[in-house]
Write a protein that binds this ligand. Sequence first.
Ligand code: TPP
Length: 580
Amino acid sequence: MTTAMQSVSVSSGAEAFLAQMKALGSVRYMFANTGTDHGPLIEALAKTAKEDPRDIQPIVVPHEQAAVSMAHGYYAVTQKPQMVLVHTLPGTANALGGVINAASCNVPLFLVAGRTPITEGELRAGKSQNIHWRQESRDQGNIVREFVKWDYEIRTNQNLAAVVSRAYKIAMSEPRGPVYMTLPREWLFEVMESTQLLSTDALAPASKMQADAASLEKAAEWLIAAENPLIVTKYLGRNLEAVQSLIELAELLAIPVVQQLSYVNFPTDHPLNLGIQTTKYVRGADALFFIDTDVPWEPPNRNVLREGVKIVHLERDPLFTAIPGWGFPADLPITGCSEISLPALTAIIRSKLAAVAKSKLDERRRKIEAEHNEMIREMDANVAAAKNQKPIHPVWLSHCIGEAMDDKTIIANETITSRLAEVIHLNRPGSMFNTPLAGHLGWGLGAAIGMKLGAPEATVIAAEGDGSYMFSAPTACHFTAQKYRIPFLTVVYNNQVWNASLNAARGLYPEGVAARTRNFPGTDLSPSPNFELTAQACGAYAARVEEPSEVPDALAKALKAVKEEGRQALLNVVCKNPLA
Ligand SMILES: Cc1ncc(C[n+]2csc(CCOP(=O)(O)OP(=O)(O)O)c2C)c(N)n1
């Protein structure tokens, strides 16, 4: 083990901090929303600008939740944590929604905030502007502490390398997540000569959790003995390599897979894929294997399970300690990262396969394939029925987006009730990322921009409900996309309503006054804004689409603007309003 130090010359705390962040090696961007706390950082960035292409690039983002979402999207496609710079108390407060989303998806990132000055005239960088008194908080980290893995106020250059590398290691150790650092203005301004960087050997995160051999043996035994086993997953596809491991396991024992499509976990055209209806399939199974799923069916206390069913739950934290109330049963909760634990399980099963009757597996495989084919036929019929409906049916729009995808397309999907993920064929791991598990809306546009920065060769589409689009700080995102020439396509499923809120009310009161009078106060989003004008204000190609037959052509034109002209684009697709 070497902790060799390298000294780099700096002239201020701000320069020292940037040098330490750069030394982490993974931070390419600083998604920045600056304030009066950041003077020394702005000065430091100006000094280093364009000197070294490895310097952290500041990206101006005029809303903090969007900035965090950009770091989220970038990590989703690169597995590299980025930095988000925000202004003291207000910036941290505005960033919180994005932090909640990142925490729920185990996305590591560095949220960095100034800390309002403490001194009152004694030091040059102390409180000097009226706002510095009212923006001081007793405990700034408290705002985000429930959702970050660690928070720390930087106090000295002496241990700076240790603090920054600790931030990195904590964020990148499983279960991963965001961390928060605060930088007092007096310290950022402090005169310094050098800062000591740790060697990169000192940056190794803790090893991933490998499931223990005894638990894997038992899981293998149960899955082999089962007549009707079922795999349920939701976010295994976060690690692209885990998808292939799941395919191998499912094929080996002919186990059907049902997935909530937070990520592409299993190819949807695979004959063992049975779609998204977990509750329906959980009922019949005599062995359930839950992998990377927090809510395997809904709700746990309705008695849907078969008598005597064996339940195995594999997750980094199979008791979900971050969720206050969580009551799903498991006979065998296994702590482990699926990307390394599944290959071990598959190897055990393979070694015992001789004992399994081939005819049993063949028969099960045939049955599942027939069911899979029936499901595909049903979806095709849904698409055919939706095709000519006017206003445009979301299923038709989703189908057309699926048809427009090529092998480089990545979708940031923040459509809520539009069934996009269900309709399109998702066979490439990493080709779609759904609304984060915590569902704090306003993620999609920022995430799409981060994805495009992380995967410049990709064609990125942000699919948005009109509600989620408005939550996404659209002016801020379109501005950033224009300023840095980050071309991506936004498709707004404009149904002029918060349909999710409406559906939830109707579900509780199917015969209620709201349902009978078709009046759901607090859900209506009409008159709908001309979203295309918001995008055009930032130089986008934008169009409104009302005719179902025109959807494919509209998508083709918008994607041409993105791919060939390098422009951002937006389609405002006027969809069926559920109340009309
Ligand atoms: C920040 C935030 N505020 C409110 C909600 C509650 N919420 C969940 S879904 C939804 C409606 C989303 O509307 P839209 O994007 O148009 O999709 P639709 O429901 O119409 O399919 C709302 C308001 C939330 N999840 N996050």
